[in-house]
Ligand binder design. Structure first.
Ligand SMILES: N[C@@H](CCC(=O)N[C@@H](CS)C(=O)NCC(=O)O)C(=O)O
Length: 231
């Protein structure tokens, strides 16, 4: 039996409030933010939103966001941040070390361009709600949906490959340290692998992926390592 005096000793004197990340283990946009938080050594509560069960469309979540997608980062202050790139840029401003952007303006422009190639050119075309619309509203077959997915992901990654080959040497997307561009690229590769998108010839892309996966910030936040991971 636990004595009352013990309970008293262990009761917290104040409520600890921390950041909350509403996310889904397989969501690449969520994974981007998990990497950035881990890279900067920031802790948070992992709040799962199961996209396959449609939890992003339930009032419990739609009451928190304008657009029913993950991730959502709720700060200790209660402020809400959405859009993974905006969240990462916020974290970079408030917690600049270790950095995710290079020190020079040209370098930052290149890193942001690479990140946007994934966030703006590839990801929107393979998002769950887009794929569901193709199948459910436009009558596209599952096979054609998969072709659509592979076509746009492969084409987008080829563009990233060309961009990487014109940049500074180094194993990561931009030099010898991971940046915002790697935070975006790695989750997109996980996604591509899951849908068997051919990766042949994407030499720099693959090298950046392999280098990132040597780092805890990337490996310990990968989909299979998440508390809500399912087979
Ligand atoms: N541009 C947004 C994309 C967010 C997004 O589309 N998230 C996906 C998961 S990766 C989602 O929640 N999809 C829900 C749906 O399609 O219904 C960001 O970077 O945060």
């Amino acid at each position: 039996m636990v004595r009352a005096s013990c309970l008293k000793r262990w009761r917290p004197r104040f409520m600890l409030v921390g950041m909350k990340l509403y996310n889904y283990f397989r969501s690449s946009a969520s994974y981007r933010v998990r990497i950035a938080l881990a890279h900067k050594g920031l802790t948070y509560e992992h709040v799962p939103v199961n996209l396959l069960r449609g939890e992003q469309l339930q009032p419990g979540y739609t009451g928190l966001v304008a657009d029913p997608v993950v991730p959502l980062l709720v700060l200790d202050s209660g402020e809400s941040l959405t859009q993974s790139m905006a969240i990462i840029e916020y974290l970079e401003e408030v917690h600049p070390l270790p950095p995710l952007l290079p020190p020079d303006a040209l370098g930052r422009a290149r890193v942001r361009a690479l990140a946007q190639s994934v966030a703006c050119e590839i990801h929107p075309l393979n998002n769950l709600r887009v794929l569901k619309y193709l199948v459910n509203e436009m009558g596209v077959s599952d096979a054609d949906k998969t072709r659509w997915y592979a076509h746009w992901v492969r084409q987008g990654l080829e563009a990233v490959e060309r961009h990487l080959s014109t940049g500074p040497a180094g194993v990561f997307c931009h030099g010898d340290a991971p940046t915002l561009a790697d935070c975006l690229l790695v989750p997109q590769i996980f996604n591509a692998q899951r849908f068997n998108v051919p990766m042949e010839g994407l030499v720099r892309v693959q090298a950046a992926f392999d280098a990132c996966m040597q780092l805890d910030a990337f490996s310990q936040t990968q989909p299979s390592a998440c508390p809500d991971a399912q087979g």
